[in-house]
Design a protein around this ligand. Sequence first.
Ligand code: GLA
Length: 694
Amino acid sequence: MIQTWSLQDGRQSLVLAAEREHLPEVIYWGPRLPDGEDLDVLARAHQMDVTGGMLDQNPELSICPEATRTFPGQPGMILRAGDGTPLLPKFCFEKATKEENSLTLSYRDQSNTLTYRAHFAINPTSHMITARAEIESGAPVHLHWLSAPVFPAPQNSDDVIDFSGRWCGEFQMNRTPWSAGMRYRENRTGRTGHEHFPGLIVPCHGATNTRGHAYGFHYGWSGGHRMIAEELPDGRRQIQFGDAARIEHTPQCKFTSAPLYAMFSDDGINGCAVSFQRHLRDEIVQFPHPDQPRPVHYNCWEAVYFNHNLPELKEIADRAATLGAERFVLDDGWFGNRDDDTRALSDWEVDRRKYPDGLDPLIEHVHGLGMSFGIWFEPEMINPDSDIHRAHPDWALGGEDQILGRQQKALNMALPDVQDFLFDRISAVLSAHEIDYIKWDHNRVLPMPDAAQTRGSYALIDRLRAAFAHVEIESCASGGGRIDFGILERTQRVWLSDSNDALERLRIQHNAAIFLPSVVTGSHVGPRHCHTSGRVIDIRMRAWVAAQRHMGFEMDPRELTDDEAEVLTRTTKWWKDNRNWMARADILRLDSADPSVIAEQQLSETGDHFVVFAGVADTSRQIAPRPLRLTRLSPDVMYRVDLVNRDDAPALSRGAPALKSSPLELSGQYLMNHGLMLPWQFPLHMWVIEGTKI
Ligand code: GLA
């Protein structure tokens, strides 16, 4: 007997089939099948042959491969009984609940009183499949590993792309060729981390940003994940994602995986990117005021660091407002005796030495300039040199002799007292002032990974959001150390990186766009002389790179020359004029024929309008620019294409490419297949091109 189930949208079909009572396997996942396809026949057609040196039948690559069924790869679950005895479940079908766009399957293991449930949902608009696994037990058990429902990976794929990084260098893409055995990533830092963004792209042969078949995965959890991309001896491939192993420290009766987000794309990596961007923006992030445009930020960190001085901050606020800022964010240094990063974390009370009359004079000044006010917290952290640590040394997570990170420890977020304390202190600041934004930081890894810590952080944020629904939260962790769809269920912006170096930012943004829409991705214009890289980058490049995402400034505006201030004001105005349609645009990574050009196209929801940002990241090998091919336009439609910043052409651009002097009318076909001829440009500069359907 074969049982089958399917989920589909306009683009893809996902078909599961189970033999007898066994757990099902995904037998098809790809372009949408015709309506009449007989799924039983499909299940039989899916059978692999058996030859010498193999078992007499091929064990299923099920949604939770079981060690008890001679599965030749990594199992989907590892459990032990309360006394430590390994449990080796063998699940049998219990029931299936199928609705139009969702499927829940339940399986029982009688001898161990275990129930396994897999839940799948498909969103026909974003083409996102969301899958979760759950295990329930009659008696408390220890969980070592639970994969979200396991997906097969295509065999016509040469490699997998996953993401690593570091402070000031997030979202680095790694390609690993498939071969027998596995690519195993495990993040044991206790937070999402710069090092291990929980995402994976599996491109099929020949897929690029704009073409071909590709599969995308993201695990929505902030406590550290484990990923397995494994090729079995018989050639089949499996993808597993779950919480990092052994991060549940107590036996429990129920465990749930975080959601695994997955999709098939028939138009390259961009098809995955657009699904992730839209799904995150429209289904996951909850903006307190969805109808209000994203305000231009000013953040004072790189201007003053811990040196807070009211007259100076007011002067900075004045200048920021003149440049076009609409929200002023007071960063680290306003509380306790926080004169540097060695002390005072957890002492969340205004420093009366720096603010003798409290925060009101600054907040009123900022409001008077028409800006809203945001403030920095790092709630999960404590310095040993703080009043709270002296009063409650037992609130810190980890041993006395642990290695500190930025001179700080993490608080034990599983303790109700810690949660109440943080709720009270943060609420006191939010209730006493008109504050509508928190930059929520998390600057160190945990002493050891612990799922209870992540659940504690989530609970605190949820509680604060319920009490202060108008407050928006930015997730920061030394830049991009806590970016994932789990934290973004409860926050609205990410501080993508501490690198305000426009060159580095260009690449980080380009790669992060595979997962993140513009509206949540913070990007600031940094100082002329970059504090984290030492590079000196022209204001034009710095301003345009910030204008690619949710724009802000983070330098001391008093350093700006008149020319720099003028360029920044103009670019900010451009951003404000365009932010409404850009907030709903798809960010499409272009297949640049010149590896030194990092280019993207933001295409409006209606397809009527686009902007291309072509960043010259390095000196090209060839002497003249290569044509830049656009994507997802209508081939037969004419577009009016114009260079927004033609004045930026340097004297060394001596020729006369038409775009240099006037707008052009070109067909989608030409733009997508020949591409735009841009003027020559220095490295560390950016061309910006706008296009409108005629
Ligand atoms: C982290 C953040 C920075 C800044 C500092 C303040 O490093 O990433 O943006 O807020 O903390 O200490």
